[in-house]
Write a protein that binds this ligand. Structure first.
Ligand code: FAD
Length: 417
């Protein structure tokens, strides 16, 4: 077993480190302060577009796309494996803007993967190419306020076929990215055929954001953060009429696509959270050695050394876990394959819980400052906490892990559910 990254991956890590330190980090705090101070934070500040242009020119763009597929006559991304991408996503995860700057941000990466794998040539031209170019952004509308949405087969909003058109009705919420001024397309999941079997009732439809009948009713906050300019919206769809060619992969395919889409998205979130936890630990260590209480550095008080050691252990364990899942995706049957299902669910439980605990420890070591917006810890904690729900709650992933584990031993004497 070789724990060393390839020469190509190491080269990209060095280039990304240099870019993030030289070009992104100096702008980060001012960027957030400016957005917070604005009456209207739903804007793209010019610095983001400037940094995107630099990242693209330096080849630090669309790094998340495994294998470097060809779209629009051009090879996209750097042709990396998931194992090679993991440390790059980790580096971007230390920052709250770097992923967008490098066109590697949620929910666009998952949406681009949907279009890449399931989209028609026409859908590639209209939506995938501008997304890959960072010209537009996107949202994914699956979750609904009125039904338990951790079960993807529950969705009630409708996508009804009417001749050569499809008509959408219903209400979605937690639609991340829908508030972004550049959001051009929404992937909508709706019920098409209630008579079909449970896993073939729903369709995914590509909805231009400015279509008649699409209305953002309100923007939600997450633990008080508006997450502007991306943000999460509650969106109503009222008699939204589109050509049937806007359906991705054909009617009834939404469940299969959702399973595939959420795979890469989940893994990317975990990779980024390792970076966020590293940032929190670094801040904790700096604070613990620079600040004195009772005549001693905070690090030397109470159980703080043990807490710092436990955080290091937890981060390193989680990183190895994520790299193993990435390696399984690279070497087995891809994210949608059964063989990696359990591994992806395992990291989806382990990593957000780990990051939440590490950030919480860092907040406590910072005292009152840790809860203020002088430090990014409140925002980091909220990201980690939210990811215990977004892309499926912990409990649902634990259910998958337990099912696979129990299946190894058959039904047993009394069977199992
Ligand atoms: C910040 C954020 C961003 C999000 N972004 C998006 C997005 O872009 N697009 C989108 O469509 N959705 C998004 N979501 C929604 C998210 O995916 C859902 O909230 C999640 O899937 C849970 O669905 P629900 O809220 O309806 O909870 P419910 O389905 O009502 O579940 C509530 C709770 O019930 C329990 N539970 C449910 N099922 C089980 C089970 N099988 N076993 C044990 N306990 C169980 C769990 O404790 C669970 O948390 C986002 C959420 C957040 C917080």
């Amino acid at each position: 077993m070789d724990f060393e990254h390839s020469a190509r991956a190491r080269g990209l890590q060095e280039r990304l480190d240099a870019f993030l330190a030289r070009d992104v980090a100096p702008h980060e705090e001012a960027y957030h302060r400016e957005l917070l101070a604005r009456e209207d934070p739903w804007v793209v500040l010019p610095v983001i577009e400037e940094l995107k242009a630099k990242a693209r020119a330096e080849g630090l763009w669309n790094l998340f796309l495994p294998g470097g597929p060809e779209v629009g006559g051009q090879t996209q991304g750097a042709g990396l494996s998931n194992v090679e991408y993991a440390p790059l996503a980790e580096r971007m995860g230390r920052s709250l803007i770097a992923s967008e700057v490098c066109n590697c941000n949620a929910p666009d990466t998952g949406n681009m993967e949907v279009l890449l794998h399931f989209g028609s040539p026409e859908q590639h031209k209209r939506w995938l190419e501008p997304l890959l170019a960072g010209e537009i952004r996107s949202a994914f509308c699956m979750t609904e306020p009125d039904v338990a949405s951790s079960d993807a087969t529950n969705m009630q909003a409708t996508a009804t076929l009417d001749g050569d058109e499809v008509v959408l009705n219903g209400r979605k919420w937690w639609s991340t990215g829908v508030g972004h001024p550049n959001c051009g397309v929404i992937i909508f999941m709706g019920l098409t055929d209630p008579q079909a079997d449970r896993y073939h009732q729903h369709s995914m439809v590509l909805v231009p954001r400015d279509t008649l009948g699409v209305k953002v009713e309100r923007m939600l906050s997450t633990m008080g953060f508006d997450d502007a300019p991306g943000g999460h919206g509650e969106v109503s769809f009222t008699d939204v009429r589109l050509p049937a060619s806007a359906i991705v992969g054909g009617p009834g395919q939404a469940f299969a696509i959702a399973q595939a889409r959420l795979g890469p998205g989940r893994v990317h979130h975990c990779m980024r959270l390792i970076g966020l936890a590293e940032l929190a630990l670094e801040l904790a260590c700096r604070r613990a050695t620079e600040r004195l209480a009772f005549g001693r550095p905070l690090a030397n008080l109470g159980g703080n050394r043990e807490r710092i050691a436990d955080a290091r252990i937890a981060i390193d364990q989680a990183r190895l876990h994520v790299l193993h899942a990435a390696w399984l995706i690279d070497t087995q049957s891809g994210v949608g394959g059964q063989s990696v299902l359990g591994a992806v669910s395992q990291i989806k439980v382990a990593v957000p819980n780990m990051a939440q605990r590490v950030v919480d420890m860092a907040m406590q070591l910072h005292g009152g400052a840790g809860l203020s917006d002088d430090f990014p810890l409140g925002a980091a904690w909220t990201v980690a906490r939210a990811l215990r729900l977004a892309d499926g709650p912990d409990e649902v992933h634990r259910g998958v892990i337990a099912r696979l584990e129990l299946a190894r031993y058959g039904q047993g004497k009394w069977g199992s559910k």
